[in-house]
Design a protein around this ligand. Sequence first.
Ligand SMILES: [Zn+2]
Length: 303
Amino acid sequence: MYRLLVISTILALVLTACGGRPASGSEITAPVILTSTTFLADITRNIAGDRVQVESLLPVGADPHSYQPVPKDVAKINESKVLIVNGLEYEHFLEALLENAGGEHVIVTASDGLEPHTMEDEENASQLVSDPHMWLDPNRVITYVENIREGLTHFDPDGAAIYKSNTDAYIAQLKNLDAWITEQVSQITPEKRLLATNHEALGYFSERYSFTIIGAVIPNISSDASTSAGQMAELIDLIKSSGVPAILLDEVENPELAQQIADETGVRVITDLHLESLTDGPPAATYIDMLKHNVTQIVNALR
Ligand SMILES: [Zn+2]
């Protein structure tokens, strides 16, 4: 009996010593690490293991480009210890939220240190905007993982060894994913590696796996931008002259314009890519599943 008591006391001490977890029982369900999006939450969970709780600010199926914050987002930010974001203006909704939340927040920018693709701003050509979609290249996500590991370790130094070994294991999985994608896309001959999308989301993916982007229904890095009749006509010409067989859309995007273009050009519209959000269960329950699903859809459409 005496021995059992000693063991349980030590366990209790170890539990309270696990930095980061709130000590009081009533707060234990509060999210500790908050990420902006669902795919960042999955990536972070792979590094954190069960040492800290990880939650996504945006729900499954929300498009970050057009996201409108709700009042409870401020509470979520205030309850969290660390906020992990993609960066490169992807979280355009965040500034107002942080202002409303007040106080100081530790923010980890997953894309820190990576060189972004830039393009001219639609409304102001003298201004350059950065393409935020780096997560669609798993090779760049290795840097995300390192940045997130560093952020978690700073917040919870006692977990350093666990975060390091989880990070190493996950990076190995990302390298396998990268090799798998390379092998899958090799089924498409180089001259058929052409992409037409709804908005310009696949720039980094194309660079990594040698695709050429023909154009986008909304020629912008945000799905929340608009398109002109002239831009539509231009894309129709490009689709006809290139022979690209399909327009690829995220499930959260409005397929109306893409369907109009498809009707004029005779190409297919694929509407179930997952570029900006995971899904509840298959086909994109995790970041790795999300990329595998997209690559399978792309290969099937272009092969
Ligand atoms: Zn996007």
